[in-house]
Unconditional design. Structure first.
Length: 191
């Protein structure tokens, strides 16, 4: 009898296999989403590596922390000075335009109070004498007896040897003797 019972179970197993194989499986709804990155890549236009709205400005002179600063476009010199720690005590703030807009590659120099501004210096003293230590060729040529060549020689000597300390130092220049010095001394000032 045990053999007969096995034969009864075999058709049931075969029937179960047939039902399992033939029974339709429910279709799984597969949703494939495209990654958003692909769409974004199509819309993105490659930009150069230069950062927008950023300027690099070099501040020198009488500030607490001189150097090159990365600033946002539209900022002003006062913002740069503040970022550089502010002015030192010796800074001549009157010669810096604090309201000026910053530009890329700009250099801001904050001078000392004691620095001379070439625009503030006149080559003529209040008494009309020519300051030979700062006079240009044209200014020196205003002195009677000094032509273009002697003016150039005075400037070359001044650049090579340094500033004149006395009027008599002009005697070291070729072409200026004691007679010439007497003629021009009333028109010049040394210090």
């Amino acid at each position: 009898m045990p053999v007969n019972k096995i034969w009864l179970f075999i058709p049931l197993i075969i029937l179960a296999l047939i039902i399992y194989i033939l029974w339709p499986e429910p279709e799984l709804e597969v949703i494939v989403e495209e990654p958003l990155i692909n769409h974004m890549e199509e819309d993105v236009v490659e930009e150069p590596l230069v950062e927008k709205n950023i300027v690099y400005v070099d501040v020198k002179g009488e500030v607490k922390k001189p150097g090159v600063y990365k600033m946002t476009e539209g900022k002003r010199v006062i913002d740069l000075i503040n970022k550089a720690g502010g002015f030192l005590d010796e800074a001549d703030q009157t010669r810096v335009n604090l309201a000026m807009l910053l530009r890329d590659e700009m250099v801001i120099h904050v001078p000392k109070l004691s620095e001379l501004n070439k625009n503030d210096i006149t080559t003529e003293a209040s008494d009309g004498k020519i300051r030979i230590n700062i006079a240009s060729k044209e200014d020196l040529m205003k002195i009677p007896g000094i032509g273009e060549q002697k003016a150039l020689t005075i400037i070359e000597y001044r650049e090579r040897e340094g500033l004149f300390r006395t009027v008599e130092d002009l005697l070291n220049i070729s072409g200026i003797g004691e007679k010439t010095l007497e003629k021009i001394s009333e028109y010049i000032i040394v210090p």
